[in-house]
Design a protein around this ligand. Structure first.
Ligand SMILES: *Cc1c(COP(=O)(O)O)cnc(C)c1O
Length: 390
């Protein structure tokens, strides 16, 4: 079933049960069957977001969720702080700017995570509370860095700004506790750690954010979350939903519930450590430092003289391993191995073996088997390396 060596940071591989669920016949999206599906979906989403707040579901890709966050909660001319650490931080800033929001970007540099002290200083200096939201990524997919969201929240102190977090590639892979960490708006998508096909975006919204939505002056229609909330109360979505993808996601959330969210997240951290150790055993350099390395994806610098595009092509064409190239300013520097969602440890072992061969093909001196041995050690003694979530 599927390709065990399909290792993108989204879309990700879909388990057979999840794929099959999507093949079920249509139901009336204004009838009781769909209401039951929405109810199960809502409870699964609340489990994975760790929230009692309602989670809105949009038929759109993740970017539609980001756009909904801007258009519903921030009015034109209002100020937001965008803490950017890569390509998706830039995207969030661009969406805000498109809605004529006054964007102050703080660039922490590609490969770094947010320094919460800088956020604390900015907000402390904002005496008249002009800043309406702090916006950031949970997991920055382009650099494979995870942000310290809990510390960002703490750094905001009692400043009334909303905290809006793009967790499209983070949720279900890295820990995120929406209620405990007081995240006002958290966005996820179906095609990353959810191990479902693309097509749905999810937005958890706090009471404080709903109050901001009432005052927000933007014109909005398809993405008006107030309409979505109204329809959710009667077990519907306002517009025709991507019904099949709802089936997929409900099936995936059943698997996630059965295995346990925290256990699944711990497995992601294990896979991260496996890939990083293997890459280091091959003498490769990693983009992210250990303390902020993503459990969803790993970005690795291509060795001197090797174009990431040539490497990903070799991996795909000769060995059937699909990994991602670099993104944005990293396009000519790094490649990325996704290890989020439905990924087996032995798939990563195979990917490491292929990486050794592809590098050798391209004239890089690597010791064949060095990365594989590092990965084998971790898989054989998994109990030693798999750390439960605190
Ligand atoms: C994938 C992703 C998105 C959404 O991308 P779409 O292609 O619109 O689904 C947003 N933010 C991050 C961090 C992502 O990884």
């Amino acid at each position: 079933m599927g390709n065990a060596y399909f290792l993108l940071p989204g879309p990700t591989q879909v388990p057979q049960e999840v794929a099959m669920a999507g093949a079920a016949p249509m139901v009336n999206h204004r009838g009781p069957e769909f209401a039951a599906i929405l109810e199960e979906l809502q409870s699964g989403l609340q489990m994975i977001f760790k929230t009692k707040n309602q989670v809105m579901t949009l038929t759109s890709s993740g970017t539609g969720g980001l756009e909904a966050a801007i258009v519903n909660f921030i009015s034109p001319g209002e100020k937001v702080l965008v803490a950017s650490i890569g390509n998706f931080g830039e995207r969030f800033a661009k969406i805000a700017a498109a809605y004529r929001v006054d964007v102050e970007r703080i660039d922490f540099g590609w490969g770094n995570c947010i320094d919460p002290k800088v956020i604390a200083e900015k907000l402390a200096a904002d005496k008249d509370h002009a800043i309406k939201a702090v916006i950031c990524q949970h997991n920055e997919t382009s650099t494979a860095v995870v942000n310290p969201i809990k510390d960002v929240r703490a750094a905001m102190g009692d400043h009334p700004a909303l905290l809006m977090v793009d967790s499209v590639s983070g949720l279900g892979a890295a820990d995120l506790r929406v209620d405990e960490w007081k995240i006002d708006v958290a966005i996820a998508g179906s095609q990353k750690a959810f191990m479902a096909p693309p097509g749905l975006a999810f937005i958890a919204v706090s009471e404080k954010a709903w109050a901001a939505a009432e005052k927000c002056t933007n014109n909005r229609f398809y993405l008006d979350l107030r309409t979505h909330r109204e329809f959710l109360a009667k077990g519907q979505t306002p517009w025709t939903p991507a019904i099949s993808v709802f089936y997929n996601v409900v099936a995936a959330l059943r698997i996630i519930r059965e295995q346990g969210v925290d256990k699944i997240i711990a497995e992601h951290y294990f896979r991260r450590d496996l890939i990083r150790r293997a890459a280091q055993a091959l003498g490769l350099s990693l983009v992210a430092e250990d303390h902020c390395a993503s459990p969803a994806v790993t970005a690795i610098y291509a060795p001197e003289g090797v174009a990431p595009k040539a490497l990903t092509k070799q991996l795909r064409e000769k060995y059937g391993v699909v990994v991602a190239g670099g993104q944005g300013i990293m396009a000519d520097k790094a490649f990325r191995i996704g290890h989020l969602g439905y990924v087996e440890d032995l798939s990563l072992l195979g990917a490491v073996a292929a990486l050794e061969m592809a590098l050798t093909d391209l004239g890089v001196k690597v010791q064949l088997g060095a990365g594989v041995a590092a990965a084998q050690e971790m898989i054989m003694h998994k109990e030693k390396y798999l750390r439960p979530l605190e």
